[in-house]
Write a protein that binds this ligand. Structure first.
Ligand SMILES: [Zn+2]
Length: 135
């Protein structure tokens, strides 16, 4: 997997459609965790997330979600993951940081609204997240 340096990106942008996809999928999976792979591309000063992929062989429970990363086809457009926290906050857990994939981790907590969606880097630090209302 080849990724750029996270530090070069000032913020994360996500299309309205992709954000709604995460929200809807998380609600569908509730009370279990939902996990999705984020597709997008690097822009000059930010990462743009514009598509979602349901990972093959994903598994989840109330406190756990994951997928075997080696089963993902090699694709440079995979820039991170999104998953839900059915209870509690949207802050990454130690487990989340130990299984960090790609450049960014989006976490959404119940009740799965725009303002419970957060973006984090592999250190667990919050990154500014902008939802693009129009493309
Ligand atoms: Zn988590």
């Amino acid at each position: 997997m080849v990724f750029g340096k996270t530090t070069a990106r000032k913020y994360i942008a996500i299309t309205r459609q992709a954000a709604d996809g995460i929200i809807t999928y998380s609600r569908t999976k509730h009370p279990n965790e939902a996990i999705l792979v984020l597709q997008g591309r690097s822009k000059k000063d930010h990462l743009l997330i514009d598509r979602l992929v349901i990972p093959p062989f994903s598994m989840s429970g109330p406190y756990y979600s994951g997928f075997p990363i080696h089963d993902l086809p090699f694709d440079l457009s995979y820039i991170g993951t999104a998953h839900s926290h059915p209870g509690g906050s949207n802050k990454p857990s130690l487990e989340d940081l130990n299984h960090f994939y790609g450049l960014v981790s989006l976490i959404i907590s119940h009740p799965y609204e725009d303002d419970t969606l957060g973006a984090f880097d592999r250190n667990g630090d919050a990154i500014e997240l902008k939802i693009l209302e129009s493309e």
